[in-house]
Ligand binder design. Structure first.
Ligand SMILES: [Mg+2]
Length: 326
């Protein structure tokens, strides 16, 4: 089955590839300023709309303004593995995660960023446990937050579902975390292909429900909530690091502001709780739908390692472009 992406003008499609990966990194770098804070405390200071430093006590307190966190670092690892292996290779990806994790956990600044599942999995991988056995059963969002490149690299929805599910296992082996990775990978592809919001939600609901019905239903619920004000929606959906909360909250922001990506991102950044991951996922979905040109220039220019991320997105796009020319 060929992707409907072939109907898109090439230039616009390239812009969406870059937009997806930059959007994820921008959301992460903005959202880190509120990571772990309660929504009411965020709102009492005022919405974060620009880069800045995370306050003392946040996991990213020692990061620079415009610097992203572990969410984007892991997304880049996945993208590089896909490019260098010409497809998803679980053993290669797990080895990259193990090396990255050992580095991050030895770094006093970055070690606070690594979540409980990734940290436990990294220790197991580095002590010789196989990738099939190393994943944590905590249903956290670490495999969903990094899954966007699956939707960029593969265009067939069945293939995205299968590979995204597999990509969760080395670190996140709970059914909910697997379902979350499936939803994000698919959401990115459906957004790239220009599907309307109800169709994107239906696709993500049906396919993630195969792995975890609870997560699938909550994605549907997030869409039902898209007419509700953010205070109430985030209270109902939750904003913790659990995949049952981060992924539906990101889909809520994406659905509520389907044609207003800047608003979607700002809402995610200020949701409360796991704001870097909620905004990272929201940013990937928004960038895949709209392309990078919709993001304010200050967000693009102020992002650390912007050129590197653009280059990686271009490399994935090149493969698709070549397949379109065949
Ligand atoms: Mg993070």
């Amino acid at each position: 089955m060929k992707s409907s992406a072939i109907k898109e003008p090439i230039k616009k499609l390239r812009n969406k590839y870059t937009g997806c990966m930059l959007g994820a990194a921008i959301g992460d770098a903005l959202g880190k300023q509120n990571e772990g804070l309660k929504r009411k405390d965020i709102l009492s200071k005022g919405y974060v709309k620009d880069y800045g430093l995370a306050p003392a006590g946040c996991p990213g307190e020692n990061l620079r303004s415009g610097q992203f966190t572990d969410d984007t670092e892991q997304m880049i690892l996945l993208a590089q593995s896909l490019i260098e292996c010409s497809g998803f290779d679980a053993a290669d990806f797990a080895a990259r995660i193990a090396r990255w994790g050992a580095d991050a956990l030895a770094d006093p600044v970055r070690k606070k960023l690594v979540g409980p599942s990734s940290s436990a999995a990294v220790s197991r991988l580095n002590s010789g446990v196989s990738w099939q056995e190393s994943g944590s059963i905590i249903p956290s969002c670490g495999s969903a937050m990094r899954a966007a490149p699956m939707g960029l690299f593969y265009s067939n929805l069945d293939e995205i579902e299968e590979k995204a599910a597999l990509s969760s296992i080395p670190t996140h082996n709970s059914s909910a975390a697997i379902a979350g990775a499936v939803a994000v990978g698919l959401g990115v592809r459906c957004a790239l292909d220009g599907m309307e919001c109800p169709k994107i939600i239906k696709e993500c609901f049906e396919r993630s429900s195969k792995y975890d019905e609870g997560l699938g239903k909550k994605i549907l619920y997030s869409f039902d909530m898209s007419d509700e004000e953010p205070d109430r929606a985030f209270e109902k959906l939750g904003t913790s690091y659990l995949v049952y909360e981060t992924v539906p909250s990101a889909f809520y922001c994406f659905s509520r502001y389907f044609d207003e990506p800047e608003k979607a991102m700002i809402e995610a950044v200020n949701a409360g709780g796991d704001t870097d991951s909620i905004a990272c996922i929201t940013g990937a979905l928004c960038g895949a739908r709209h392309g990078m040109d919709v993001f304010p220039e200050r967000w693009i220019k102020g992002l650390e390692k912007r050129e590197r991320i653009e280059k990686i997105a271009e490399l994935i796009f090149k493969r698709i472009e070549e397949s379109l020319e065949e």
